[in-house]
Write a protein that binds this ligand. Structure first.
Ligand SMILES: C[S@@+](CC[C@H](N)C(=O)[O-])C[C@H]1O[C@@H](n2cnc3c(N)ncnc32)[C@H](O)[C@@H]1O
Length: 187
């Protein structure tokens, strides 16, 4: 289950993880733009992961790995504590369609795994096109004292500072709709 660290990157390389990556448009763009970073995309759909792995090999991106992961179940076994520099949770389904938590974006158990796996100073980046889901994410993360909102408490961040965007972000912007983005730093 733990992902294989690419041998050509030193052990000190920065690690970006995209949660629920689907076709991993964001991860591909980030890995291409920043070959010195290790980028990992995780999704529960094995077929879309297999397609992405083939595309990464075809495009010669040795710093990109795509892997199957059911986040609510497996994430705590994928990365070591304090090893991740940035988690990106982009346009998630409201906590992945869990029946009884319709508007949850991050379950408390998953948020605590994220907090444990981020390095101090590392970032949690969440974006959505659904305002209510943005509010739900604010409600969940602002209540956790291990995170500090980079825009100020309870604030959205307008611009995308990562130089990469997911397919859903591109579609949202092409439609003239608003992206509700939040970035927290791990204290
Ligand atoms: C709406 S899509 C967003 C895809 C992409 N992040 C984007 O912005 O274009 C949400 C993704 O989360 C994945 N997902 C849903 N439940 C999941 C789970 N429990 N663990 C991992 N991924 C999950 C889905 O398979 C889907 O690819």
């Amino acid at each position: 289950m733990p992902v294989q660290w690419p041998a050509h990157l030193g052990p000190m390389a920065a690690l970006d993880v995209e949660l629920g990556c689907a076709d991993a448009q964001f991860s591909f763009a980030l890995a291409r733009a920043q070959p010195q970073r290790f980028v990992v995309g995780l999704d529960i759909r094995e077929r879309i992961i297999a397609l992405g792995q083939r595309r990464a090999a075809r495009e010669g991106l040795p710093n990109l790995t795509l892997a199957y992961c059911n986040l609510g179940v497996d994430l705590d076994r994928v990365f070591a504590p304090r090893s991740v520099d940035r988690f990106h949770l982009l346009f998630p389904d409201p906590w992945f369609k869990a029946k009884h938590h319709k508007r949850r974006v991050l379950e408390p158990a998953v948020l605590s795994v994220i907090a444990a796996q981020l390095r101090p100073g590392g970032e949690l980046h969440v974006a959505t096109d659904v305002f209510e889901l943005g509010l739900a994410a604010l409600e969940e993360v602002e209540a956790d004292e291990s995170f500090e909102n980079l825009a100020g408490a309870w604030k959205f961040t307008r611009d995308n500072p990562y130089g990469a965007s997911s397919r859903r972000e591109q579609t949202t912007i092409a439609r003239g709709q608003r992206v509700w983005r939040m970035i927290w730093r791990r204290r």
